[in-house]
Every structure is written in structure tokens, then in C-alpha cells.
Design a protein around this ligand. Structure first.
Ligand code: HEM
Length: 510
């Protein structure tokens, strides 16, 4: 998933200093325009806005938090204007249900924002492809061929292998009680799993691994970088001055060269493959292309875009979930004890717990759900866009309106959740609320037509990794820090990890 990094404070300062001389005139023009049009429509409530930047300055550095505060005052739905774009903000489960279920087909589009089109072969991926026949085809390849239950199961040994390697890395640190950056260890784990599944080789530690790592970091940064031209089109020229244009061109080219090689290797493999060999995603996509299995021609660019989507969607999201889970467990001794009690009977060999061991671990699954409630890795989901005008909860929403669903705020809504800000996995032990998109108070994977097709893949990886970590080690905060002093603020971005990474010391349990 891309990271929308909004440098709102800097941007607001820059714009205010550039634009003050124009503000008064434009304000008058805008006032005149608004007062002569659209008066009969019933728009959702909006906070007052500034000329030109609208409500951009109110998004703050952690938008999910600022948007939650605004919604407490203006309600859900609420309408903001980001530059010249109207953006509908959803902060309650009932409004989310309207968007994601009642009017799902109307809100099934994605806005064409940022540099996504330039980096993803003109929207040939799944996540950012506009709603329509192409998206339907690639989504169905993804759901039926790449991420089906059978396929996810078939990658079991890759998950177990990579988790065993992660445990070995941490075990080495135990001897010297050295400090570990668990976020980096988890990112390596999820990248290696997705990489082996998608392209058949590990991303770290292999030849070219660190080059790929660097390139991928740049790529995700650019996918999510704030593009001023999306919101204030006449300022788009800034990207030629700040170097973004040049960077996008270079990264798109480098990434394409890398993927071309990967696809070529796949073509060579296809010529010699035995029928019982395990296929990675490139192999599957080339097979779909060769046999025209879907009756829909799939181009090389589509293959490269879909593979990139798997990396973008499947790596940082799962690593972020795991980091938050460990942070919450360290702060909540009671929950940590209960989880240890559940998983420690499996502490029997060095290669760790297997997927067979997970079936009856109800507390583990409750810990994962509770973490996804308080810390959805994509707190504002992935933006949607209305395909036509629609009435939503009595309000008029125009065609082409961008929609942001604040899953972070919904997960902490005290009207729906008792002790909403507390980490209490027990709440899920005898509850029918699940995370599959049917219960709109808990939607970390979205819901409806554009919900996450990788949820099952992510959950099995997260459950197995967390169970093994808690089974195999006792963790303490490094530097004698107390759990109650842990800073739990989020970093900005569409994926929201901890702002201050968790530094830990691991010990083998007695
Ligand atoms: C904890 C892990 C994950 C979280 C929290 C997550 C979250 C999300 C969210 C919120 C959406 C947008 C849903 C909507 O608009 O309703 C999404 C879409 C998507 N995710 Fe995930 N995801 C995760 C893991 C994965 C994995 C492992 C993959 C693939 C390997 C993946 C691939 C995708 C794709 C392709 C889409 C786009 C679907 C579409 O637009 O039709 N995700 N994800």
C-alpha cells in the first residue's frame, strides 16, 4: 500500500507565504461563485475553510487523529475541501456501512492521485486501477489464482522457513543481550515472505538484495508522497523545482528494469518447468497469459504492475501490525501473560511453532483483532471515489468526490466500543465480531468489492510470527525503559507504523 506522506505543516507555511497577496481577491471570487450555485443541495457539514488551501491545514501531522477530532465536532459524514478537491470523511460505522455496502458499487472507484499512474504502468495494478472491466479481470486473477485459500496454503513452508530464520536472528542477540530493532526484523521477514511467494527469491541477503531494498523504499515513498498538484493544480510546477519529477522518472525506470529481468527469468523457467514444481506469482501470471485462461489478454505491463502491488500491499502492512501487537503486549502485562500461557506449551524445538499449532489459539487471534482495532495498519484505508452523484444519509454527494474512511477513529468510537482506548483482547473471546468486512465497527481490511484480497495471507503470517515470537522469547524494552513510558504515537502516512521504533532486548524464557 502506498504511503501518502502529507507534509502539511511545511506546505501550509509555504503556501501562506506565497499566497497571502492573492487571498483576498480569490476569497471574493470564491464567495461569489458559491453563492450563485448549488444552493439547493444538502451538503454534509464542513469546518470553515481557507481560500485556496481549503482545510488542508487542519489535517495536521497525523491525519487520522486530526480527522477524528474534527468529526467529533462536525459529525460523520463530514465534507472537507483539500485545496480544490472535495473530500468526504467517514468516521462512524453506520456511515462506513453506507459507503462500503449500501452504495458499494458507486464508491468502488479510486482517485487518480499522486504519482501512482507513472509508477504503476498507468494504473494497471489492482489497488489503484479505476473501477471497470480491467479492474474486474485483474482482481479476479488475484482472488482466484494468486491469493486463493489453496494458494495461500501452498506457501506454508515459505512462511515457516522465514519465521525460523527470524527466530535464529533474534536468538543470536540473546547471548549478548544486545538491542534489536524489531521493526527492521519484521520488515525483513514480511518482505522475504512476499518476495519468495511473488518472484521466487528472497529480497534480503541475496545478491542484489540491498539494491532492491533501497529501490523499493524509494518506490513506496514516491507512491505516497504528497503531490501538491493533485489538490492545487496550478502549483503542479513545484515538482519540477523540488526534484520529485526527476526522481519519479528514475525510480520508475529502475524498477521497471528490475521487474523486466524477473519476468524474463519466469519466461525461461516456464520453458523447463516440471508440472509438480511450486509456482510463484510471476509463474502463475505468465501461465494465465500463455493459456489466455481468463479469456482476457494480460500484458507484460499488467504482470509487472500486479507483482508490484503484492509487494506494496503485503509487506509493510503486516510488519506494522506485528510491531503494534508487540508494543501493546509489553504495555499490558496481563494480556502478555495470557498469550504466553497459551503459546508456551508449544516451546519444544528450535524451528518453532507450525501452522498446525495455531488452530485453537483463541487468545492469539483475539490479540491480533484487538491490535487491528486500535492500530489498523492503513488507518484511513485506501481512498475511494464516487462514480456518480448519490444521496448518502440524506446528504448530496457529487460524482467524483474522494472518500476517506477513518477506520482508526471507527475502531476507537466509544459509542460502539466499551473502554475504547484500552487494549483488551478478551472483548473478542466470546464475540461474533470479525474482521472480514461484515462488521463495520472493525474494518482494517476495508469491505465490499474493493476490500483487501490479501487478508487471509496477512493473518496467517501475522499469527504464526507473533505466536513464535512470544513462545520463543521474553522481550524487554531496551535501555531500562518502562512499558508505561512507551510512546504510542503513529508515524504519518497511509501505512502508520510506530513513530518511534521499538527497541527491544530479547531473552530466552526459563
Ligand atoms: C495486515 C495486512 C493488510 C492490511 C491491514 C491491508 C489493508 C488493506 C486495505 C484497507 C485495503 C483497501 C480496502 C478497501 O478499499 O475497502 C486493501 C486493498 C488491497 N490489498 Fe491489502 N492489506 C493487508 C495485506 C495485504 C496483502 C498481504 C496483500 C497481497 C499480498 C494485499 C493486497 C491488497 C490489494 C491488491 C488491494 C487492492 C484491492 C482492490 O482495490 O480491489 N494486502 N488492503
Amino acid at each position: 500500500m502506498a504511503m501518502y506522506l502529507f507534509p502539511f505543516e511545511e506546505l501550509t507555511k509555504l503556501l501562506l507565504s506565497l499566497l497571502v497577496p492573492f487571498l483576498f481577491t480569490l476569497f471574493l471570487l470564491k464567495y461569489w461563485k458559491n453563492s450563485t450555485s448549488e444552493t439547493s443541495l444538502n451538503h454534509p457539514p464542513s469546518p470553515p475553510k481557507l481560500p485556496i488551501i481549503g482545510n488542508l491545514h487542519q489535517l495536521g501531522t497525523i491525519p487520522q487523529r486530526s480527522l477524528k477530532s474534527l468529526a467529533q465536532k462536525y459529525g460523520s459524514p463530514m465534507m472537507l475541501r483539500l485545496g480544490s478537491s472535495p473530500v468526504l470523511i467517514i468516521s462512524s460505522n453506520d456511515a462506513a456501512e453506507q459507503v462500503l455496502k449500501t452504495h458499494d458499487i458507486i464508491f468502488a472507484n479510486r482517485p487518480k492521485a499522486g504519482f501512482v499512474g507513472r509508477l504503476l504502468y498507468n494504473f494497471k495494478d489492482i489497488s489503484f486501477s479505476p473501477y471497470g472491466e480491467y479492474w474486474r479481470q485483474v482482481r479476479s486473477i488475484c482472488v482466484l489464482q494468486l491469493l486463493s485459500n489453496r494458494r495461500v496454503q501452498s506457501f506454508r513452508s515459505i512462511r515457516e522457513d522465514e519465521i525460523a530464520l527470524m527466530l535464529a536472528t533474534i536468538r543470536k542477540s540473546c547471548a549478548s543481550s544486545s538491542t534489536i530493532r524489531i521493526d527492521e526484523i519484521l520488515a525483513t521477514l514480511t518482505n522475504n515472505i512476499v518476495s519468495r511467494v511473488a518472484i521466487g527469491k528472497r529480497y534480503a541477503g541475496e545478491e542484489g538484495g540491498s539494491k532492491f531494498k533501497e529501490m523499493f523504499q524509494e518506490f513506496t515513498m514516491l507512491l505516497g508522497v504528497f503531490n501538491v498538484g493533485d489538490y492545487i493544480p496550478w502549483l503542479a510546477w513545484i515538482n519540477h523545482i523540488n526534484g520529485l519529477e526527476k526522481k519519479v522518472k528514475k525510480v520508475a525506470k529502475d524498477f521497471d528494469e528490475y521487474l523486466e529481468n524477473i519476468v524474463e527469468e519466469g519466461v525461461e523457467r516456464m520453458k523447463k518447468r516440471e508440472s509438480n514444481e511450486q509456482q510463484n506469482f510471476v509463474d502463475v501470471l505468465l501461465e494465465v497469459q500463455r493459456t489466455n485462461a481468463t479469456g482476457f489478454p494480460i500484458s507484460r505491463d499488467s504482470i509487472k504492475a500486479i507483482i508490484t502491488d503484492m509487494f506494496v500491499g503485503g509487506t509493510d502492512t503486516t510488519a506494522t501490525l506485528l510491531e503494534w501487537a508487540i508494543a501493546e503486549l509489553l504495555r499490558n502485562t496481563n494480556a502478555m501473560n495470557k498469550l504466553q500461557y497459551e503459546v508456551r506449551p508449544f516451546l519444544r524445538n528450535k524451528s518453532g511453532m507450525t501452522e498446525d499449532d495455531l488452530e485453537n489459539l483463541h487468545y492469539l487471534k483475539a490479540v491480533i483483532k484487538e491490535t487491528l482495532r486500535l492500530h489498523p495498519p492503513a488507518p484511513l484505508l485506501v481512498p475511494r471515489e464516487s462514480r456518480k452523484a448519490v444521496k448518502l444519509m440524506g446528504f448530496d454527494i457529487a460524482a467524483g468526490t474522494q472518500v476517506i474512511i477513518n477506520a482508526w477513529a471507527i475502531g476507537r468510537d466509544p459509542k460502539v466500543w466499551e473502554d475504547a482506548d484500552e487494549f483488551r483482547p478478551e472483548r473478542f473471546l466470546n464475540s461474533s465480531v470479525d474482521i472480514k468486512g461484515q462488521h463495520f465497527e472493525l474494518i482494517p481490511f476495508g469491505s465490499g468489492r474493493r476490500s483487501c484480497p490479501g487478508a487471509a495471507f496477512a493473518l496467517i503470517t501475522a499469527e504464526l510470527a507473533l505466536a513464535n515470537l512470544i513462545c520463543s522469547f521474553d522481550f524487554k524494552l531496551a535501555g531500562g525503559k518502562r512499558p508505561e513510558d512507551l510512546d504510542m504515537t503513529e508515524a504519518p502516512g497511509i501505512i502508520s507504523p510506530k513513530k518511534i521504533p521499538l527497541l527491544l532486548v530479547a531473552r530466552l524464557p526459563n
